[in-house]
Design a protein around this ligand. Structure first.
Ligand SMILES: [Zn+2]
Length: 315
C-alpha cells in the first residue's frame, strides 16, 4: 500500500473516532477503539449492486466500529465500486485461483484469464495503491497447490511489492457448505490443498513474505491441520492467522478452545479478527463473553495485531 492510501486510512480512522465520541452508537466494544476485519468478500460481480449490498456493508461496519476491512474482489470493476467509492475503508485484493464451476467457466471470477487476474492489471493496481493484498487464495476450491506453476508469478509479485497474502486453509468447507452449497461449484475440490505445510516451499523462496492463514481451527481445534499450522507459525514470525468460520460456524466452546491453544502456544500476537461476511456483532459478542481473555489480548486480536501485520496506523 502506498503512502496516500495509508494517509486516507489514517484520516478515516480519526473521523470515525470523532464520530464515535459524538454519538451513542453501540459502545460495548468502545474499549477496543476501531476494529479491523481482515476477512471480507465483495459480492460476486453480477450481484454486487443488488439490495444495496455495498451500502449495507458500510452501515454494518460503522455500527460495529470496524474502520477497515480487507476485501476479496473477483472482478476488475470492483476497484471502482468498492475501493474508490469508499476511500480508506477497504484494503482490496484479488481472489485466486478462482475455482472451476461446471456449467460456468469460472466461479464468476476473473473469467477472462482462466480464474486468475491479469498480471499487468494487478501490478498497476498495486502501484496505484488500489490493491494492497492477495486474498483469498483458493487452493482447496481449485484443487491446486500453492507450489503450482500458474500461481508462481503472483507469489513473486506479492514478494516484490511486499504485500500480504491471505490463504484459505484447513480441509473445508465440507460438501454442501460455503461455496459448495452451489451444486455446480468446484468439481476439482481437494481439502488436502488447505494444509499450511504446502506453503513451506513458498516461504523458503520468499522468507519475509507476510502470509495469513485463514479459517484456522475450522476442522476443530487440535484436529485437521492443527499441528502443521502451529509448526508453520513457530517457524515464521511473519505468518499470522484469522479464525473465520471457527469464530462463527463452529460452536462457541470450540472457538474458545482454539483461541486458548493458540495463546498458550505463544501466538496471541498473531491472531486477527475476521468475519468472512458473517455478521460481526455475533462474533464480537463471543469475544466479549470469553472471561479469561484480558483486555490487552482482546485488543490485540480486534485491531493491534492487524495494524502491525498490514502496517496500518494505530486505529
Ligand atoms: Zn475461505
Amino acid at each position: 500500500m502506498n503512502g496516500a492510501s495509508l494517509r486516507r486510512i489514517a484520516r478515516r480512522s480519526l473521523l470515525l473516532i470523532s464520530a464515535t465520541l459524538l454519538t451513542t452508537a453501540p459502545m460495548a466494544y468502545a474499549e477496543h477503539q476501531q476494529i479491523i476485519d481482515v476477512h471480507r468478500h465483495a459480492a460476486w460481480p453480477h450481484t454486487s449492486d443488488r439490495n444495496n449490498f455495498r451500502a449495507n456493508v458500510i452501515k454494518a461496519m460503522d455500527r460495529n466500529n470496524i474502520s477497515v476491512a480487507v476485501l476479496s474482489i473477483s472482478s476488475t470493476d470492483q476497484i471502482e465500486r468498492w475501493v474508490k467509492r469508499y476511500p480508506g475503508r477497504f484494503i482490496a485484493g484479488p481472489m485466486l485461483p478462482c475455482p472451476e464451476n461446471s456449467g460456468h467457466p469460472r466461479f464468476h471470477c476473473f473469467e477472462s484469464n482462466r480464474g486468475l487476474p491479469e498480471l499487468d492489471w494487478l501490478e498497476r493496481q498495486i502501484k496505484a495503491g488500489h490493491v494492497g493484498v492477495l486474498h483469498e487464495m483458493m487452493f482447496n476450491y481449485d484443487g491446486s497447490a500453492p507450489a503450482d506453476e500458474k500461481v508462481q508469478p503472483y507469489w513473486a509479485l506479492a514478494a516484490e511489492y511486499d504485500i500480504p497474502v491471505g490463504v484459505h486453509t484447513e480441509s473445508g468447507p465440507p460438501p454442501g457448505g460455503g461455496l459448495r452449497s452451489d451444486p455446480k461449484c468446484c468439481p476439482n475440490y481437494n481439502g488436502d490443498m488447505g494444509n499450511p505445510e504446502l506453503l513451506r516451499p513458498v516461504l523458503q523462496t520468499y522468507p519475509g513474505l507476510r502470509i495469513w492463514l485463514q479459517h484456522v481451527g475450522s476442522d476443530g481445534p487440535g484436529s485437521g491441520f492443527w499441528d502443521e499450522t502451529l509448526a508453520l507459525l513457530a517457524d515464521y514470525q511473519n505468518v499470522y492467522l484469522d479464525l473465520t468460520i471457527t469464530n462463527s460456524v463452529l460452536p462457541a466452546d470450540q472457538h474458545e478452545e482454539a483461541l486458548r491453544q493458540l495463546i498458550n502456544a505463544g501466538f496471541g500476537d498473531r491472531i486477527m479478527f475476521g468475519t468472512d461476511n458473517i455478521p460481526a456483532d455475533t462474533i464480537l459478542k463471543r469475544y466479549e463473553a470469553i472471561e479469561w481473555l484480558t483486555p490487552t489480548q482482546r485488543a490485540a486480536i480486534l485491531h493491534g495485531n492487524a495494524e502491525r501485520f498490514f502496517r496500518l496506523p494505530p486505529q
